[in-house]
Design a protein around this ligand. Structure first.
Ligand code: COA
Length: 206
């Protein structure tokens, strides 16, 4: 197979956590970091290319390793406008149950599980030790920080951010762009754009 050039957009914590996972998944490809304004040619042993240089590579594929959903969305438009395609980075110990699916640009870190009949949108980030249980419907540009417990039949709108170790009761609806704080226990629906935290989770904004 011909070696491809695969970009990881971002040299921050997210990108540097994802690079080793990608290296395991794609041992025969050239893996590079992509940065808007690189301040070094290398990062953790991998090349760092400017976005403009990466965009000139014929057939270059990229994944956006930026945890903030709104920024990821902007960068996705920028990548598409530059003619880049997206690929998924998937941990080799990922468990995927029956009839689960996600769209392109996903990053799913080690020790994660996607349950049966789950549907997930574009550019999903599922960080270390997180699970999405059966029948959940997850929108585009959703981020799970490490250790999220998303129980069955939960619906999460586009661009929501779920903090580390948050636990979401089955059947809950979380609106577009909502933020769930780390350690939250979510037992009621969360309106779009709300920030909730605590056990039980309550709004920090109202
Ligand atoms: C919920 C969160 C988004 C709030 O951030 P913020 O808007 O900057 O809020 P602040 O830090 O100013 O805190 C506001 C209040 O909420 C409390 N608070 C903040 N986060 C909280 C949390 N997760 N659980 C309970 N209370 C929390 C603060 O103690 C503070 O209370 P006070 O007003 O009585 O002092 C943030 O704290 C959080 O949990 N982010 C997710 C972090 C994460 O998972 N990171 C993973 C990185 S890989």
């Amino acid at each position: 197979m011909t070696s491809r050039t695969l970009g990881i957009y971002g040299t921050g914590g997210c990108g540097r956590s994802v690079m080793p996972v990608a290296r395991t998944q794609f041992p025969d490809d050239r893996l590079v970091f992509v940065d808007d304004a690189p301040n070094a040619k290398q990062c953790n042993g991998a090349e760092v290319l400017s976005f403009d240089d990466f965009a000139k590579i014929d057939g270059g594929l990229i994944t956006i390793a930026i945890s903030q959903p709104a920024i990821r969305k902007i960068l996705a438009y920028k990548c598409t406008a530059a003619g880049l395609g997206f690929y998924d980075i998937l941990a080799n110990d990922l468990i995927v149950m029956d009839d689960a699916s996600w769209k392109s640009g996903a990053i799913i870190s080690p020790r994660s599980t996607i349950g049966s009949n789950v549907t997930i949108g574009r550019h999903f980030h599922c960080n270390l030790h997180s699970y999405v249980e059966h029948d959940c419907v997850i929108g585009d540009f959703v981020t799970f920080a490490p250790g999220v417990c998303c129980n069955g039949s939960v619906t999460i709108g586009d661009g929501a951010y779920i903090g580390a170790a948050a636990s979401i009761r089955q059947g809950i609806w979380i609106g577009q762009g909502a933020v769930v704080g780390m350690g939250a226990v979510v037992v009621k629906d969360v309106p779009a754009g709300a920030i909730v935290a605590g056990n039980p989770a309550r709004s920090l904004t109202s």
